[in-house]
Design a protein around this ligand. Sequence first.
Ligand code: ATP
Length: 286
Amino acid sequence: MSDTAIEAVGLRKSYGGTEAVAGIDLSVPRGEVFALLGPNGAGKSTAVEILEGFRRRDGGTVRVLGEDPGRAGRHWRSRIGIVWQRETLVPQLSVRAVVRHFAGYYPAPEDPDGVIERVGLADKAAAHVNSLSGGQQRRLDVALGIVGRPELLFLDEPTTGFDPRARRDFWDLLRGLAHGGTTIVLTTHYLEEAEALADRVCVLAGGRIRAVDSPAALGGRATARATVGWADGRRRRSVRTAEPTRVIGALAGAHDGEVPELTVHRPTLEDVYLDLVRDERAEASA
Ligand SMILES: Nc1ncnc2c1ncn2[C@@H]1O[C@H](COP(=O)(O)OP(=O)(O)OP(=O)(O)O)[C@@H](O)[C@H]1O
């Protein structure tokens, strides 16, 4: 079995005159949590749908779990889990009935009640699906995505509409899956979600990859200069430096101890993300 879950080279897709995915290379090792970030219309869904085998590509080579998703069959599909962006559309069935039904599609599913428990819906197992709140429906979507014990799980904006507590619980669930060896590809607009979960993030804009790296290192974050700020009487002073500790040491000496209103700022993931996609907006309007 290959150590690579996803390998794409020169992946392309256009809709009429719109080049949605303009030749991207991706390599995702097994067991990784890989987050795709990018503004609306960046090409994330198109790329992911090609990897899932739901959309034809115009060019490039793609291997997902060792097979070409454009040709792979049912067995391959049973090794993949998908959590869709839309709400679950099922008739008036109970949560348990829906999860049992989906479990029947897979050769070696998890116990439906165990899955319901894992997504935090145990007390809703007998409830009708259409009585669930939006966040509870998303949990059910996740249950349906993982009941087949996927080797590779795709999640499209999974925590939209979650309250903060539900989001944290959901992150723990994903961490548990990753810990168990599931490869996870996540698209999200929440940068803190990418930072909390992803081993690597890929920023896509205008159908092209702008950067791929760990959240800590993306866009040169790890080595970026820090901004040290302090109050000098009534004036606010700041300096950008590659050596913030040395600057603070000097300031502490100059102030004989406590430096008034001391702050140290390093670029956040949001700062570098906005820089990366700002370039793209400038190119688009040029
Ligand atoms: N079925 C389609 N027909 C025509 N154009 C499409 C189609 N699907 C997507 N596009 C266009 O392709 C581009 C990429 O869209 P895509 O949905 O892949 O972006 P996205 O990054 O997933 O966006 P979002 O964050 O809004 O979900 C956009 O310009 C979009 O308008």
